[in-house]
Design a protein around this ligand. Structure first.
Ligand SMILES: [Fe+2]
Length: 298
């Protein structure tokens, strides 16, 4: 029997990572892989990269590694370098040191396990580190993703929601998120894969940690005071284990306003994190139409 642990989407949440490291040590897997998004959406990116580097675990590059490197190297639209809605991204890019930046820059987009060669790891999907595989992904799309790799066990992260989909040709599994889960369970989450002859079993692990320590990092690092609306919405994500930031940006766009801290209160009145994606999208379309009508000359 070979056991592989896969952790992903740590997002600069050091206390959540430390709790998972302890649980991983107790589980004694044969290999540990890291599924990307070590940084971004959180204040302790540098230390998270240091801890993973110390462990010597191999991993892939998430879309948030790409975002922060783009800000660091100023390979973004020029107004993003000063626009207030990007203050948090600039803060997180500057928080990394040279060693951490080099380390995430060198990560591949995909890799396979050395001990269980049937396991292929990506951050988002085999096509892109910003394409999500989530509970809403159709079975047909799952089959297409699995067919895109030669291995039979496709493992991913990115959507911050754990899932396991068994197909005639193999398994697609999302390991969930260590630092910022979106499945209404705020424990730090990762997965253990048990390979036994032709069979693989997926065990989703959920580990308690002290969220107060993470909130303390938000304050003591200066992220909360410098991160504008983003830091405030990330706190809500941490506390409620649900997405707030991306819906806020979509809501601001539909209303035709800047996604700034002054708008967060109005967004909270509009938004229900338990609403289905379909219903939210529908309300956003209506909101977008209404704001367009308001802006049209009568
Ligand atoms: Fe992520």
């Amino acid at each position: 029997m070979i056991r592989i642990a896969v952790l992903a989407d740590i997002h600069g949440n050091l206390p959540a990572l430390e709790a998972v490291l302890e649980d991983v040590a107790a589980q004694q897997p044969d290999e540990v892989l890291v599924g990307g998004d070590l940084v971004g959406r959180g204040p302790c990116g540098k230390k998270v990269v240091q801890r993973i580097t110390e462990k010597g675990w191999r991993g892939v590059r998430g879309n948030h590694e790409d975002y922060l490197l783009a800000f660091r190297h100023k390979r973004v639209r020029s107004h993003w370098l000063t626009a207030p809605e990007w203050t948090a991204a600039r803060w997180m890019a500057a928080e990394l040191d040279e060693a951490a930046a080099r380390s995430i820059e060198g990560l591949p987009l995909t890799l396979s396990s050395r001990l269980a060669p049937e396991l292929r790891l990506v951050h988002g999907s085999p096509r892109s580190n910003s394409e999500g595989i989530g509970p809403w992904t159709s079975r047909q799309r799952m089959e297409t993703h699995l067919a895109a790799v030669k291995e039979t066990v496709l493992v991913c992260g990115h959507t911050h929601r754990s899932l396991e989909c068994r197909l005639p040709t193999g398994v697609v599994a999302n390991v969930g998120s260590v630092g910022l889960p979106f499945n209404r369970d705020r424990r730090a989450q990762y997965a253990l894969f048990h390979f036994d002859r032709e069979e693989v079993e997926v065990e989703f692990r959920r580990v308690e940690y002290d969220l107060g320590l993470t909130l303390g990092d938000y304050e003591s690092s200066g992220f909360l005071s410098h991160g504008g609306a983003t830091a405030r919405l990330l706190l809500m994500e941490l506390e409620q284990a649900a997405p707030f930031l991306v819906p806020f940006i979509a809501w601001a766009r539909a209303r035709g306003v800047q996604p700034l801290e002054s708008e967060v209160g109005a967004f909270q009145e509009f938004y229900d994190p338990d609403e289905s994606f379909r219903s939210f999208s529908c309300r956003m379309r209506e909101l977008g139409d209404a704001s367009k009508r308001l802006q049209e000359p009568s």
